[in-house]
Design a protein around this ligand. Structure first.
Ligand code: ADP
Ligand code: MG
Length: 321
């Protein structure tokens, strides 16, 4: 199978009616027509076999995840997806890999009306690189540098399950529970697009990002960009039932430093509290206030009695993967 046949067979589909796509796969460029008055939001991610996924990973899950992590970046900015491109390096034109990969990819693309509009295909070590295009209204993007001292700190859904799944798969001695219960959180993350757009439309919501490297580490990006500090009330963190079987230390490590969560971490003015809850309801996703931002720099963890828990005792650096 040649390159053009491969593209025609696996990656060429009609764009859905009403989409921003004027011209899709097949010409020198794709043409997109954003809604008048909107800004483009653009993000790229690269997945390399052996580095970002195991050799032999399920191609359908890979197709899903490759797009999901990119859509998650759009969600974290508050953007609505318009389309994406796919650059693929493949060791060979393997039907048994391409068909399920495309299936996983397009299932998620269809679910979010985000059509594939172009790309590039070459022979090489398996590498999957996507660029997503989205749009949002000027001034509405949820930027990392927009947080202010006094803001409430929020997280969507629940963190930690993807890290538990990884530990169960690796057989780490502290891990407890059934892999089947948490595996989807690692292999098939759900981009929080509806929530991101609802938050961007909510006055008083300020900074946001998606949690890919662990809640604490990613929060650090907001703190640095916005020049603020934060307090997290560990007792307020939402805990998935699967994490209840863990000892307290490893539970907290999963919650705060697990990674691969693809939940949204965001800040909002105190006055927006009720509107944030409403945005969560509209998006069908729980949102939880887990702390606040402070003028004093740095990050503090507070226990249920408001006493500071020392970060250094907990070895989060060693835990993150
Ligand atoms: P060019 O030589 O202009 O780079 P290519 O021959 O690489 O064009 O690609 C032909 C068409 O197929 C282009 O429209 C390109 O966007 C599209 N395309 C190539 N690879 C992919 C892919 N993996 N997924 C989707 N579209 C692709
Ligand atoms: Mg090309």
């Amino acid at each position: 199978m040649g390159e053009f046949e491969l593209i025609a067979r696996h990656f060429t589909r009609a764009a859905p009616a009403g989409s921003a796509v004027v011209l899709g796969v097949g010409d020198d460029c794709a043409l997109l027509q954003p809604t008048p008055g909107h800004q483009l939001a653009i993000s790229s991610d690269m997945l390399v076999e052996g580095r970002h996924f195991f050799a032999g990973a399920d191609p359908e899950a890979l197709g899903h995840k490759a797009l999901a992590v990119n859509l998650s970046d759009l969600a974290a900015m508050g953007a609505r997806p318009l389309g994406f491109t796919l650059a693929l390096a493949l060791p060979s034109a393997d039907e048994a890999w391409l068909a399920p990969f495309a299936r996983g990819l397009f299932a998620l693309a269809d679910a979010h009306a985000c059509p594939l509009v172009g790309g590039d295909t070459t022979r090489g070590p398996l590498t999957i690189s996507l660029t997503v295009f989205g749009e949002l209204l000027p001034g509405r993007a949820l930027r990392r540098d927009a947080a202010r001292a006094g803001d409430e700190l929020w997280v969507s859904g629940r963190t930690g399950e993807a890290r538990l799944a990884l530990a169960l798969r690796r057989g780490e001695p502290w891990a407890r529970g059934e892999l089947a219960e948490v595996q989807a959180r690692m292999d098939r993350p759900t981009p929080r697009l509806a929530l991101g757009q609802a938050l961007a439309a909510t006055d008083g919501v300020r900074a946001a990002l998606d949690v890919s490297d662990g809640l604490l580490g990613d929060l650090g990006h907001i703190l640095k960009a916005s020049r603020v500090g934060a307090e997290i009330e560990t007792a307020a963190l939402p805990v998935a039932p699967a994490l209840l079987a863990l000892d307290e230390r490893h539970r907290l490590e999963c919650l705060l430093a697990g990674g691969d969560d693809y939940e949204l971490l965001f800040t909002a003015d105190v006055s927006a509290h009720a509107d944030v809850l409403t945005a969560g309801e509209r998006a069908g996703l729980a949102v939880t206030r887990i702390g606040r931002l402070t003028t004093a720099p740095g990050l503090r963890l507070l226990d249920a009695r408001g006493r500071e828990q020392r970060l250094s005792e907990r070895g989060f650096d060693h835990f993150a993967n």
